[in-house]
Write a protein of this length. Structure first.
Lengths: 537, 382, 302
């Protein structure tokens, strides 16, 4: 396994964009660690890495949205200051954002001209003409008068691209452009990118997790892991397997180790990689799965399938890991089981009974607990106290005549704070005053204390350090050991491998394969996650 | 055994983060700011007075003695405070659920209108008549406010806009009723000229609020006890009951509420109905306590003042009692200004200045608190 | 009969003009995302300042300018409280309205003012058009500012970059921010523009239409202007139509009894508000309010 520093291939082309020793931290988390990078003219460069590897941060630094602690950025050999997106744009750097920056009720032409500066009037016909012209040049066909809200996701992305391209940037950065696109849309996008690079000599940086498309479209691929450049390889000489190795790195080794495989270059085992959890035998005569999703479909307001016929089953005591690249339906899956959205069709069954989701108390009362990916979204209420947060949604037992009994509330709080070693000044402190790890413990404690028959854990350790992470993993294993069926939704393969009994892969709103963990081949898993077809599983 | 034991939480994770204790100097600073801004507010009013040739000392003196200086003055203050406090409680119930009701003026009017209609129609013993009037007023106010929740939760129309607009519709409903002889217009003796300001017939004594204390020139009605009682009840409900718990959850994080099975629409419309009911009740209390009839312009700014009292009280429920008392006192003080030869309208300006004076330093405090928190917890902000 | 109609049209237009000045400003402020309820306070302050300024300077023109300046001043308080230090915009608006009515009523009781009024201006030729000639072309001088402001607001909203940015800021402040548009600044500027027009409206009312200041003389016209914007579905022509309709309703209320027609005045007074509520209840998705109307902008915490 080649895990060396950036391989310095002799630059065949003029270097357009150069990064020297760029480092950036967010609090305690290192996002970019001494990164150096050279992008040549007319080159399509892939940036590959897992979630949190630092790809997006790095490119936001380049585009001026994030200011690093140290390092240097050059364009055409001249130094460019950090932290000013306007200057970066003037010097020819353009970035298409992961989250669209379009105003929905406005027509395309207004959106395109929105980032222009320095004119008192807007030139509708001029902008429209330019949209048509640039569109024709690159094969991006968009009606300038169409309202953005009426466009498909792919068309909206074309608008974003047009916004960038009509400024004739020297470097075009795309952050996960294909995660929301259909296969046809992706192919069309790649055609545009190639034309940009080959015919116009513009450079493209493509951020992605998807291995196949990396190999398909890029000239070279730089792999990032934990904020560092692991390697830069010629795409023509790389394979999906080798890229998966580079991307997953130690995690791949750890995962393999958990599987009892021997992997070349694997590192010493860590505390968290102990023997795999044993699946508890289901009680006799209790073969009904604790959670069943039957052909669940969820469609977005624009008519895109977000969950496209999902079928899942979890037995009591089982941990089912759902692996996948972020944005492939995980959010909707969690939302569905968090009572936030209802399915357009299909059925959710808990212990064999159909359950209504999207409103009402059925889901919670049936014993479905959720640790949401973003705890601030629906997991807790920051302005309420620790004790109140610990009782959120489980008031049923402590209410008499409509009054919440304070003694029980505090008893529960004291017990959980002690059990889960939550560090807080008092039960009456607002949750906001706790650290992130302790807030997450509050959510975990509340959900587990209810002894749920199903627990949905979405990215349960995202953003936590190793200590907190190991703790939460142990709690999840314990819960499974006492019979809770756990749906673990994670984009962190190491986490999936460390906890799951079975692994399912989600891709574009569909479960494209489910396998016992013993049968998992990590490289194959990585390929399935990055696959752009539906013909698996 | 487990990973947690093998690798105990690192110091990084185990840093105890206490609720934000700002240094004492910050509290002193806020206190000083509060003092300065209130002084500035009074200063502005004083400037206004001296520019127009009045003596600020005389005017402020008159206002203080007119609101607290005698039993008559104190009674006036308390009689004003009752309805203001009721309105403020309703406004609080709505804000806690994340909705802003600014339609209290209309809800007061509609409440009083239906209250007087019932009071004039029934012929029942004292307690029952009064109870009927107050209950009708509350229900009418609740229904009026619920028109706004209907638009909000079925059509997505902002409740702030609709409650605001409904005020002015409510005024005209009242005006319509008291201008129609076949509805609620006062019965005038044959041949007398129509009064300039049309009004309803007076309530029979059976529909009057009980008197707490009485003397020459004053009559303290029981609205203040009712309002303070309800303030305690509401504070308890919000802090201690399942309903209050869910209401606060909806107000602070509607998604977390839905997640725990609580419907934001249901809780929100309930809160808005209660808000309207309390404003309607305030109308009923004004009717049965001091006005005894309904006329054009009945709400007479009680709604706005109650709303502002609630906004001044902020996040502490029971702080509405002193803040309502302040507004009641200002109102009572304005009543005696005419005797000093100064227009009582100055009080409106003073009220506005007081709200600004109290709001700004509290806003500053909240910002400091948030900033301190962000620093302590190391939450990164981009 | 023709005379009666001419009279009613004339008074409708005169009343509608007051509303329209304020509504144009309110439209711009709301398109940028502020439901600026202090428009009432800005109008009232402007009306008073114009009347007092005219009295003090002896010139209706100077007074008018002073009224406009005070309108902008009130809006500056609103803008900076709600979009700089981020006090809730409704609270700010309520307080300013209370302050305006308190201060103006108090000052009116304490100072003596000689009435000053703009003279009538008649555009020769055009004013002779039957029925609408008088209404549109023989009015007090500030009325004719409408012929500048309506096209200006049209141009601002339809053609100018500033207007485009206001729309973006009102519809999707986060996207506007991502495009480098200063959200709070644009919102403040929109409110200043609203204050300018509220000042014009108030000044036109006191030294144009009436020729004197009376206590609380705007009498909720600021709120009618808000209702007109809502009724008009946040479009320019809808707003113009709304003010004409509401102006007509008021004119009818005043003139019908004299013509021997009885109509319930309360219905006519409530009409603007009922129409606005009906618009909220019935209008299609497309003609909804700016998506971020009434919301304070804060960059997301990630």
């Amino acid at each position: 396994m080649s895990g060396g520093p950036a391989s310095t291939t002799a630059a065949r082309r003029e270097v357009v964009l150069g990064l020297r020793s760029v480092s950036k931290r967010f609090g305690r988390v290192v996002a970019c660690d001494d990164v150096s990078l050279d992008i040549g003219a007319g080159e399509i460069r892939g940036l590959l890495g897992q979630n949190g590897a630092g790809k997006s941060t790095l490119m936001k630094i380049v585009a001026g949205f994030v200011r690093p602690e140290s390092g240097e950025l050059t364009i055409h050999g001249k130094t460019l200051g950090f932290g000013d997106p306007v200057v970066a744009a003037e010097r020819g750097i353009a970035m298409v954002h992961q989250h669209f920056s379009l105003v929905g009720p406005m027509p395309v032409w207004k959106n395109v001209t929105l980032s222009d500066r320095g004119h008192t009037r807007v030139d509708r016909s001029g902008v429209s003409r330019q949209i048509t012209e640039v569109g024709r040049r690159y094969g991006l066909d968009v009606d300038p008068d169409a309202i953005v809200d009426d466009l498909s996701v792919g068309e909206r992305q074309r608008v974003e691209l047009l916004k960038c391209l009509r400024r004739q940037p020297d470097v075009l950065i795309l952050d996960e452009p294909t995660s929301v696109l259909t296969r046809e849309e992706s192919t069309a996008l790649f055609r545009v990118l190639r034309r940009l690079a080959r015919e116009r000599g513009q450079s493209v940086v493509l951020i992605s997790h998807e291995l196949d498309e990396m190999l398909e479209v890029t000239d070279r691929v730089t792999v990032l892991r934990d904020g560092r450049v692991v390697s830069t390889v010629e795409s023509a000489e790389a394979s999906a397997d080798s890229l998966a190795h580079e991307m997953l790195g130690q995690d791949f080794a750890v995962s393999a180790e958990v599987l009892g495989l021997s992997v070349e270059g694997s590192h010493a085992s860590r505390a968290r990689t102990h023997a795999p959890p044993r699946r508890r035998a289901a009680p006799a005569g209790h073969d009904v799965p604790v959670l069943e999703l039957a052909d669940i479909k969820v469609t977005s307001a624009e008519g895109h399938a977000l969950l496209d016929g999902v079928n899942l089953e979890i037995a009591a005591g089982e941990i089912l890991g759902v692996a996948g690249v972020a944005g492939n339906g995980q959010e909707e899956l969690t939302g569905l089981l968090s009572n936030l959205i209802g399915p357009d069709s299909g059925e959710v069954r808990v212990e064999g009974r159909p359950i209504r989701t999207g409103r009402g108390r059925q889901l919670g009362r049936a014993g479905v607990g959720v640790i949401p990916a973003d705890r601030h979204d629906s997991g807790c209420v920051l302005e309420m106290t620790v004790a109140e947060n610990l009782a959120l949604g489980s008031l049923d037992g402590m209410v008499r005549w409509g009054v919440v009994r304070q003694q029980q509330l505090h008893e529960l709080g004291r017990r959980l704070v002690a059990d889960f070693r939550i560090i807080t000044s008092s039960l009456g402190a607002p949750l906001r005053s706790l650290s992130g790890g302790n807030q997450q413990r509050v959510v975990l404690a509340r959900e587990l204390a209810r002894k749920p028959c199903v627990l949905v854990a979405a990215e349960p350790t995202q953003g936590l350090d190793i200590g907190a992470r190991g703790y939460i993993w142990d709690r999840l294993r314990e819960a499974a050991a006492t019979g809770t069926g756990i749906l673990l939704i994670s984009s962190d393969l190491a986490e999936i491998m460390a906890l799951s009994h079975r692994v399912a892969v989600i891709n574009r709103g569909r479960i494209i394969g489910t396998m016992p963990r013993a049968d998992v081949d990590t490289a194959e898993l990585g390929r399935m996650m990055g696959a752009r077809t539906h013909d698996r599983g | 055994m487990t990973a947690a034991e093998a690798s105990p939480p690192r110091p990084a994770a185990a840093v105890a983060v206490r609720p934000p204790r700002l240094p004492l100097s910050d509290y002193l600073r806020v206190g000083a700011l509060l003092a300065i801004s209130i002084a500035a507010a009074i200063g502005c009013a004083a400037l206004l007075l001296s520019v127009t040739g009045s003596s600020p000392a005389t005017v402020f003196g008159a206002m203080v003695s007119g609101s607290f200086g005698s039993r008559v003055a104190l009674t006036a203050t308390l009689n004003h405070t009752g309805p203001i406090l009721l309105v403020a409680l309703g406004a609080l119930a709505a804000t806690r659920s994340g909705l802003l009701n600014i339609g209290q003026e209309g809800q007061i009017s509609i409440g009083a209108l239906f209250g007087v209609a019932v009071g004039l129609a029934v012929d029942a013993p004292r307690g029952i008549t009064l109870l009927l009037i107050l209950a009708t007023a509350a229900v009418a106010g609740a229904i009026w406010a619920s028109l706004a929740s209907l638009l909000r939760f079925t059509r997505g129309g902002s409740e702030v806009i609709t409650t605001l607009l409904l005020n002015f519709v409510g005024f005209q409903v009242v005006s319509f009723a008291v201008n129609r002889p076949w509805l609620l217009q006062e019965d005038l003796p044959e041949g007398s000229v129509l009064s300039a300001s049309p009004q309803s017939n007076p309530l029979p004594p059976a529909g009057h609020l009980p008197t707490l204390a009485q003397g020459p020139g004053f009559r303290l009605n029981s609205s203040i006890t009712l309002a303070v009682g309800l303030a305690l009840v509401l504070a308890f409900l919000l802090a201690r009951t399942r309903w209050g718990f869910e209401l606060r959850t909806v107000g602070l994080n509607p998604r977390a509420a839905r997640r725990s099975g609580v419907s934001p629409a249901l809780v929100g419309s309930g809160a808005l109905a209660i808000s309207g009911a309390l404003a309607g009740l305030a109308g009923g209390v004004l009717l049965t306590g001091t006005a005894f009839r309904v006329n054009d312009g009945f709400s007479n700014n009680y709604g706005w003042e109650g709303l502002l009292a609630a906004l001044v009280a902020g996040s502490v429920t029971l702080a509405v009692i002193p803040s309502s008392l302040l507004f009641g006192a200002l109102r009572a003080g304005s009543g005696v200004l005419a005797a000093t030869g100064v227009s009582p309208t100055i009080v409106g300006a003073v009220q506005a200045l007081v709200v600004i004076a109290v709001t700004l330093p509290l806003l500053y405090l909240n910002r400091r608190r948030l900033r301190a928190l962000l620093q302590r917890t190391g939450v990164s902000r981009t | 009969m023709i005379e009666d109609i001419t009279l009613i049209v004339d008074s409708s237009v005169r009343i509608a003009a007051t509303l329209l000045f304020a509504a144009l400003g309110e439209l711009v402020a709301e398109r940028a995302g502020t439901l600026n309820i202090s428009v009432e306070g800005a109008m009232l302050s402007g009306a008073f300042a114009a009347a007092y300024g005219s009295h003090a300077t002896g010139s209706a023109y100077y007074g008018f300018g002073i009224g406009v300046a005070v309108g902008i001043g009130v809006s500056a308080i609103q803008a900076n409280l709600s979009h700089r230090i981020r006090v809730n915009q409704f609270v700010t608006g309520l307080v300013l309205n209370l302050l305006a009515i308190g201060v103006t009523s108090f000052l009116l009781a304490e100072v003596k003012m000689a009435p000053v009024q703009f003279g009538l201006v008649r555009i020769p030729g055009l004013a002779s058009i039957p029925i609408v000639g008088d209404a549109l072309f023989e009015q007090r001088a500030p009325f004719f500012l409408l012929y500048a402001f309506v096209p200006l607001v049209w141009w601002v909203l339809k053609r100018s970059r500033w207007g485009l940015e206001l729309d973006a800021v009102g519809e999707n402040p986060a996207a506007a921010d991502a495009n480098g548009i200063p959200v709070d600044l644009r919102r403040r500027q929109a409110i200043y523009f609203g204050g300018l027009l509220a000042g014009v409206s108030g000044a036109y009312l006191s030294v144009g239409l009436i020729g004197a200041f009376t206590p609380n003389m705007t009498a909720l016209r600021g709120f009618i202007a808000i209702a007109a914007v809502i009724f008009g579905g946040w479009t320019l022509w809808g707003t113009v139509g709304g003010t004409l309709l509401f102006g007509g309703a008021e004119a009818l209320r005043v003139s019908l009894p004299a013509l021997g027609v009885t109509i319930t005045p309360q219905v006519l007074i409530a009409l603007p508000y009922l129409a606005a509520i009906a618009a909220i209840a019935l209008l299609s998705q497309r003609r909804r309010q700016p998506a971020a109307l009434g919301q304070t902008f804060r960059r997301g915490i990630t």
